[in-house]
Design a protein around this ligand. Structure first.
Ligand code: GRG
Length: 298
């Protein structure tokens, strides 16, 4: 993120971003048994300038539930690792076949296809290793492992991606689109909030509010992603835009129209913010993140 954009963020969020980046750096320094080129590929992707939305959600959720950043940080890094693996694999020729990600050549272009597959593979167990080892107490680590594994698994992230690949050229309605995106995009966002709550040993009411916020935010996020693919610039997005339309892919704007998509994204962000009522004024950073997701330009 550039300095001018960073200046728009509340200072606490900027401080979280710095801690996340520093911890990701530490977590991706491997022993001599990890081949140099694999280490280089993992770090090239994991430390690339992403928005860090998911780890920011973990830390912000933990904070408003009275937890510590220290205990939430492993979960924050873990979800960013899973997210990164999914981006690396999504960019492969067998999937979305993209050459640009976060403004730089994708992993398989910079290195090679086998290295990209392995870099993505390596990030999955690493995510679970850091949670299992670094979140305290062990019971909370265990809960985080369980919810993250489910969110990244066959009925959520991977299942949503599989359905998305199959649905691509079939006629779609808004319900099928939402079913895909609730899993492909929404699951990792919702589990970020849930792990933040778990790491803070939040009350069940707090946890439910945060998961609801995450679910609505996930839909808003995807609608905006579709709109940005349609009208965003490659320079700002750091990836090729206009791909969905070129491929005749079903997206929110193609199914419900551009104007309705804008309204629906806004409606979802409002619902997300509504879910935060039990936190009263303590949730302003999450409100900010919901508005950022809808207003983002990359
Ligand atoms: C390969 C199992 C598997 C899943 C891939 C991540 C994904 C599923 C597909 C990527 C395609 C895509 C554009 C999905 C829409 C939402 C999304 C995940 C966008 C990228 O997330 P950002 O904007 O990225 O948070 P940064 O780079 O900022 O982290």
């Amino acid at each position: 993120m550039t300095t001018s954009k960073a200046a728009l963020f509340p200072p606490e969020i900027e401080a979280y971003r710095e801690r996340i980046d520093a911890q990701l750096d530490r977590y991706s320094q491997f022993d001599s048994d990890c081949p140099d080129h694999l280490c280089e590929a993992i770090r090239y992707c994991l430390l690339a300038p992403g928005k860090r939305i998911r780890p920011l959600l973990v830390l912000t959720a933990a904070k408003i539930c009275g937890g510590t950043i220290e205990n939430a940080l492993p979960a924050a890094c873990a979800v960013e690792m899973i997210h990164n693996y999914s981006l690396i694999h999504d960019d492969l020729p067998a999937m979305d076949d993209d050459e640009l990600r976060r403004g730089r050549p994708t992993c398989h272009i910079k290195f090679d296809e086998a290295t990209a597959i392995l870099a993505g593979d390596a990030l999955i167990p690493l995510a679970f290793e850091v949670i299992a080892r670094d979140i305290k107490p062990a019971e909370v680590a265990n809960q985080c492992v369980g919810v993250l594994a489910r969110a990244a698994g066959p009925s959520q992230l991977v299942g949503g991606q599989a359905d998305d690949l199959n649905l691509q050229f079939a006629p779609a309605d808004v319900e099928s689109l939402e079913k895909i995106h609730r899993r492909k995009t929404g699951a990792l966002l919702a589990v970020s909030l849930e792990m933040g709550a778990l790491s803070a040993q939040a009350t069940p009411e707090q946890r439910v509010s945060l998961v609801n916020y995450g679910k609505h935010l996930g839909l808003a996020f995807q609608i905006v992603d579709d709109l940005l693919d349609l009208r965003g610039s490659q320079a700002k997005m750091g990836k090729k835009t206009g791909k969905d339309a070129d491929l005749g892919k079903q997206t929110y704007p193609s199914v419900i129209g551009e104007e309705s998509s804008v309204l629906r994204a806004q409606e979802m962000a409002d619902k997300a913010i509504d879910s935060l009522k039990p936190f009263k004024d303590a949730a302003t950073a999450l409100e900010f993140l919901a508005r950022f997701v809808v207003g983002r330009t990359h």
